[in-house]
Design a protein around this ligand. Structure first.
Ligand SMILES: Nc1ncnc2c1ncn2[C@@H]1O[C@H](COP(=O)(O)OP(=O)(O)O)[C@@H](O)[C@H]1O
Ligand SMILES: N[C@@H](CCOP(=O)(O)O)C(=O)O
Length: 318
């Protein structure tokens, strides 16, 4: 059954790794993108807002391509689509814009044709496209996720974020593609560094599950990827080293960067001092950055009602 009236979905941004959990931990954030998809006679794209500037408006667009992969999997032919998008997630900054586009497209396309594919299937497809499960898992399921990918199938467990956990991000004014930041990584690491990360990822996962924010400073440290990416984000090494002295529970590169992320405890209210520190360190390197105070998003991707009379933009701005 094809929904001729179309569908609308809302997808959260995500931060991957949380420091040590490279390619396995992800957390959804209360920053969103929206996609509307309708069957039409001739494909058209409506991209709203500055974050989507420059993206393709033809059938090479990622969202169109991903939607077609859902239709192919379900044995449905639907080559012409009207796709409207708006996103508050800055592009190529380490806040999961590509994952939100992939997950939103999979979710919307599946909804448009009556949901023949399960959530687990959508997650496998999303991970195969994104190549790692952390961002797509968080955007699809919400909250904090820990996931593994065997190349075909992804297993995931969702963790409810601790109530007092908050997030401060500094988003530098330059883009850093995930592929470039992955090229900086070594092919091999020492057993000592592997143990360093396995132990901290385990502790961080357990601490988040148990709401033990006091364990985050010890757990949120990494030797697998951040040291190799530090030269790509000037100021990052100092921020990771000193953020806890300025009120953070822990600091990390958000995903592949360049955004820097601090976890904070709402009860400590240290954000002003921490924000000033982040901006000062980046500023010393000649980098201007935008800060955002965010929260973990407990919801994953959700369908929005199409009953409203208003346009896509009226609807999402209401
Ligand atoms: N809404 C969208 N529609 C189409 N492509 C998108 C969309 N959002 C992101 N992308 C693609 O994803 C790329 C960014 O992915 P990536 O380098 O992994 O950074 P990020 O950390 O933002 O996910 C963009 O350059 C663009 O090609
Ligand atoms: N685990 C990946 C996460 C990339 O996240 P993104 O938001 O930068 O796409 C990595 O660290 O490469």
């Amino acid at each position: 059954m094809i929904r001729q009236e179309g569908v609308r979905v809302k997808v959260p941004a995500s931060t991957a790794n949380l420091g040590p959990g490279f390619d396995t931990l992800g957390m959804a954030l209360n920053l969103y993108s929206w996609i509307e998809m309708k069957p039409v006679d001739s494909t058209v794209f409506r991209l709203h807002g500055g974050n989507l500037e420059g993206l393709p408006t033809d059938k090479s667009n990622l969202v169109y391509q991903v939607a077609q992969s859902v239709f192919a999997e379900a044995g449905v032919t639907l080559p012409e689509l009207e796709i409207s998008m708006k996103s508050d997630i800055p592009l190529t900054r380490g806040l999961g814009s590509s994952a939100s586009a992939i997950v939103g497209a999979l979710f919307a396309a599946n909804l448009l044709i009556g949901e023949p594919l399960s959530q687990a299937k959508l997650f496998d497809m999303a991970t195969a496209l994104e190549k790692h499960p952390d961002n797509v898992g968080a955007s699809l399921f919400g909250g904090i996720i820990t996931a593994v990918w065997d190349g075909t199938h992804a297993d995931v467990l969702r963790i409810e974020p601790p109530a007092d956990l908050e997030v401060l991000v500094a988003i530098p004014d330059f883009q850093l593609s995930t592929s470039k930041a992955r090229e900086a990584l070594p092919k091999q690491i020492s057993l000592q560094d592997a143990v360093y990360n396995v132990s901290r990822t385990s502790l961080l996962t357990a601490a988040l599950t148990a709401g033990r924010l006091d364990l985050i400073p010890a757990a949120m440290r990494d030797r697998l990827h951040q040291p190799y990416r530090a030269s790509l984000v000037p100021g990052m090494a100092r921020i990771l080293e000193e953020a806890t002295a300025h009120g953070a529970l822990g600091a990390a590169l958000s995903g592949a960067g360049p955004t820097l992320l601090c976890l904070t405890d709402r009860r400590q209210g240290a954000d002003d001092q921490l924000e000033a520190f982040l901006l000062e360190v980046l500023g010393e390197q000649g980098i201007t950055a935008q800060t955002m105070r965010l929260k973990p998003c407990t919801m994953g991707t959700v369908a929005l009602t199409m009953e409203s009379e208003g346009s896509f933009l009226d609807y999402i701005q209401a």
